[in-house]
Ligand binder design. Sequence first.
Ligand SMILES: Cc1ncc(COP(=O)(O)O)c(C=O)c1O
Length: 391
Amino acid sequence: MKYDFKTINRNNTNSLKWDLFSDKFPMWVADMDFKVAPPIFDAILNRINHKVYGYFIISDDLYDAYINWWKFYGLNMSKDELLFSIGVMPAITSIIREFTSFGDEILIQTPVYHVFFNVILNNNRKVIENPLVYDKDTLSYSIDFDDLEEKLSNPNTKMMLLCNPHNPIGKIWSRKDLVKIGQLCWKYNVILVSDEIHCDLTNPGKQYIPFASLDDELTGEEIENSLTCISPSKTFNIAGFQNSMVFTKNKEFYSRLEGRLMTDFFSGPNVLSVDVAIAAYNNCKDWLHELKQVLFENKKIVNDFLINEVPDVKLVQSDATYLLWLDCSSLNMDSNSLSEFLRKEKGVFLSPGIQFGRNGDNFLRMNIACPKELLNKELLAFKEGINLLKN
Ligand SMILES: Cc1ncc(COP(=O)(O)O)c(C=O)c1O
């Protein structure tokens, strides 16, 4: 390995993951216990050394960096189809405020990233769930399209938030699934918001498909019925810099959202964000290549460990993300109690599945983006906690 995915100490750095609570083994919030790639660090130093930290613009270099990155995925974007936002969730907040009204229903596919619930409810809209269907034998999820169609056809449903790849189950939605979703949303006049923040962190041999790249299968109108949220923050572990874009081919959506992001004060970058994102997309491909190997090795470590040492807990099939979804149903304990028990007894903190929806209550979510040495210790603590529970 050329890069350092080993040493790290995040204690006492005001890290949300490490310092908000005092757990010994935090495996919850979605950031990585790895240093950034050297070109990102160099870009930060370069900006810091300038010693002038006023207001900044979104430079053409930043647009180009995003545009070039997504060419690899077969998505052609241009500058006038991209809107900067200080994060994916701020962008989704603005999208909800602009394109739906108080009391409207917004559909999500549960279990799903818990902040989707908050962003809908905090804006006084209603959550409509299209629960994903879990197959216990294959340890995998699929979409119930009959239920999806029924919910989308309700005139109160105005928007769907898609998560691709899906947090927390780690699924990359197939071309077929995406086409059906796109067609149904258009048919029932439901705006599709595709959150693709986890898109780069896929297993070897797997690749995600941007919703908006499906121009062979979908009509122009179906694609123009969507807004796509993208960001380097998960891929390069730079969430703290708050940099994202919304992509849409719909000119009306574009100009309305442009105004809304400004009204919400989400459209201005911070001092480091632009330089950092440019460095990430332009100069860190080989770092990402190694990171993906490390994450995949970690997944294999967890998979083998569970099979051999904690057979009561099953790893749900995962194609992407560093968040693993663990089926704990055979322990017969609700996820809040289970999570609390493991924390209290062994200091290992996994997110309780109930956070991601009612159908997540038999599960825990485990963040495995950390050095192997730490992961092994965490797994040991996890196993000891489960054994304690059973005895
Ligand atoms: C699916 C998804 N969307 C958005 C976010 C947060 O994005 P941001 O920090 O850019 O608001 C996360 C963070 O974990 C996520 O998992």
